[in-house]
Write a protein that binds this ligand. Structure first.
Ligand code: FEO
Ligand code: CA
Ligand code: CA
Ligand code: CA
Length: 603
């Protein structure tokens, strides 16, 4: 069965059990290998990695730290070459530098190494043999790139580009930010570019206490400390580049928190930040072409009690006209979601017990915030509503969700799936209470939100929704797996990244497994009698989260990013909590999984 039949390929693999092993585990009949790891040389002139002799100059030419989102894009037509695009979300200095004591005690050169280890990478891959195994292309670097916080110029597009809020001493035009920060998840566009979400950018700034008084409320709404010069756990980047001191350069904070678009097929192209898509703690963005030809991007703001957004392009997609399509995300309309339950509020008791109609479900509306240069938010200009999209969402009464992470439309059904990862504060103390889409008090395990646009119209303003999966131990009565027999499903906690294979099975990767075992990757049918039959496909080492994932178009390979292995309190390079992947100390790395018999992944 293929996509054309509308039926997903059956997931026949035998699920792997929860475990705490210090390795990557895959099902029987599958193989896996490390594709690339932190420090591997990718640009000409890069030295071999030496943990004891790190420099910013070296790191600028090596694969960065903490790989998160992955895309694997075909290169040429013979199926043997591809471009890997990876985000490098953040750095664990304690797991990078031997002898690390505190962030304050790091040398300025170590700060510069960390800045160079952030950002993104593009690496050409080649197929190894005739299976789904891939490795870095030998002797070919023409497409390889690093985007770093140290020195890579980006270009702002859209209504806020050049606005007063984006101007700084170093960039009085407000058009050319340097670097991309805390890139978490992302997506691949139909025109072959990669989108990347700038997420927890707030943690890199100091001096918020001395920022202009009129900016403090918005800085605080984005999590920037405005009551002390040095927030707890500050990386002290202002010691390397003064722009991270908001006492001197308050607008620098406005230059992060955007969706970034990079074109891996054009190595000389300048990456862009699209202000029309709004500024928040972007998890990522995934694009679908609506029936009308407009492109629609779905996006989550990963914070407890924050919002789900969508962007509808002003212009229409033109098949084959790449030059035109590259402009589609520069102008359009930004919406935020209001999600309403259809069961009586009294039936949502905070335990996860299903209401009497048998489902957490209801209707919703997309509330227009900005269209082109016009704001629909009372008291806010378009530039304000885009730059402070969270405040715009507050003003229109958007629904406060349990940390919206990755959001992705199914390429087969067009239904949209959002991972709501967890929310330990839901209905705790003075925090907002439960509602039908966020039905559990102190939600530790998260849920999947499924959205169906009315009439299948991605450009529309109304939808229906349900929760097909309420995560946790299936033996726990607060969980729900699409009505499937819970004795046959794998435990899952803290869904973060979602992906689809070509036939429409939903793949879910986790971050922060509150059930105590390692994080992993899961797959389930999401339509038909197998809806909710969730099975664990892979686990990662202790302390790691499972990122990516990416299933290649030929369905012979699943890539995952193993992010922050060994990130456990007290662990260091010398005293690691994980020695994966090389047996010495932990390194973030990209892994590919395949079937040695050449078969389709998952079946
Ligand atoms: Fe970087 Fe929302 O996970
Ligand atoms: Ca209901
Ligand atoms: Ca994430
Ligand atoms: Ca996460």
């Amino acid at each position: 069965a293929g996509a054309a039949s509308g039926r997903a390929a059956a997931l026949g693999f035998k699920p792997i059990p929860p475990n705490e092993l210090d390795t990557v585990i895959v099902p029987n009949g599958y193989d896996h290998a490390v594709v690339i790891r932190w420090g591997d040389p990718i640009l000409p002139g890069a030295p071999a990695f030496d943990v004891h002799r790190q420099s910013a100059e070296a790191q600028l030419r090596q694969f960065g730290f903490n790989n998160d989102f992955l895309a694997v894009l075909p290169l040429g037509h013979d199926g043997r070459r591809a471009l890997l695009v990876s985000n490098h979300e953040y750095t664990n200095e304690e797991l990078m530098f031997p002898g690390f004591t505190t962030l304050e005690a790091m040398t300025v050169e170590q700060v510069r190494v960390a800045m160079a280890a952030h950002g993104m990478s593009v690496v050409e891959l080649e197929r190894a043999g005739h299976t789904g195994q891939w490795r870095p292309a030998r002797g070919r670097h023409a497409y390889n790139r690093r985007f770093t916080m140290l020195e890579t110029p980006f270009r702002f597009t859209g209504p806020a580009a050049g606005s007063a809020l984006l101007r700084t001493a170093a960039d009085p035009a407000g058009t050319t930010p340097i670097g991309t920060l805390n890139n978490c998840s992302g997506g691949v566009t139909p025109w072959g570019t990669v989108l990347s979400g700038e997420e927890n950018f707030n943690q890199y700034f100091v001096g918020g206490d001395q920022a202009p008084a009129e900016l403090k409320p918005s800085l605080a709404r984005y999590g920037i400390t405005t009551t002390a010069r040095y927030p707890g756990g500050s990386r002290r980047w202002e010691r390397a580049q003064e722009r991270f001191d908001l006492a001197k350069h308050p607008n620098e904070a406005h230059r992060f928190g955007w969706i970034v678009e990079v074109d891996p097929y054009e190595p000389g192209s300048r990456p862009r930040k699209h202000t029309a898509m709004g500024r928040f703690k972007h998890e990522g963005a995934n694009v679908i072409v609506a029936k009308s030809g407009h492109v629609v991007a779905y996006m989550g703001d990963d914070e407890r009690f924050d919002y789900l957004y969508k962007f509808v392009s002003k212009k229409r997609y033109r098949p084959g006209d790449r030059r035109h399509n590259l402009t589609l995300l520069e102008s359009g309309t930004l919406y935020v979601a209001k999600v309403t339950g259809d069961s009586p509020a009294a039936e949502i008791d905070g335990t996860g017990k299903l209401p009497s109609d048998g489902a957490f479900d209801g209707t919703g509306r997309w509330i227009k915030l900005v269209s082109g240069d016009r704001s629909y938010v009372p008291g806010m200009s378009a530039v304000d509503a885009l730059t402070y999209a969270r405040l715009a969402g507050d003003a229109v009464g958007a629904t406060k969700l349990d940390r919206p992470e990755d959001v992705q439309p199914s390429p087969v059904t067009g239904k949209i799936y959002a991972a709501l990862t967890n929310n330990s504060n839901r209905a705790v103390g003075t925090n907002p209470g439960v509602d039908e889409a966020n039905p559990r008090r102190a939600n530790r395990h998260g849920q999947i939100l499924e959205i169906t646009e009315d009439g299948g119209d991605h450009t529309g303003e109304s939808f229906t929704w349900s929760l097909p999966i309420v995560c946790g131990d299936p033996a726990d009565s607060s969980t729900y797996f699409g009505g499937y027999d819970k004795s046959a499903v794998s435990p899952i906690s803290c869904p973060d990244n979602v992906a689809f294979d070509r036939t429409g099975n939903l793949w879910i990767a986790t971050d922060g497994n509150a059930l105590g075992s390692n994080d992993g990757l899961f797959a389930t049918a999401i339509e038909g009698p197998e809806r909710g039959h969730l099975k664990q496909f892979l686990t990662v080492p202790p302390g790691a989260e499972t990122c990516g994932p990416f299933i290649t178009g030929d369905e012979r390979s699943v890539f995952v990013a193993v992010q922050h292995p060994g990130e456990i309190t007290g662990a260091t390079v010398e005293n690691p909590a994980s020695t994966w992947p090389d047996g010495d100390f932990a390194k973030p790395a990209v892994v590919v999984t395949w079937r040695p018999d050449g078969g389709v992944i998952g079946t």
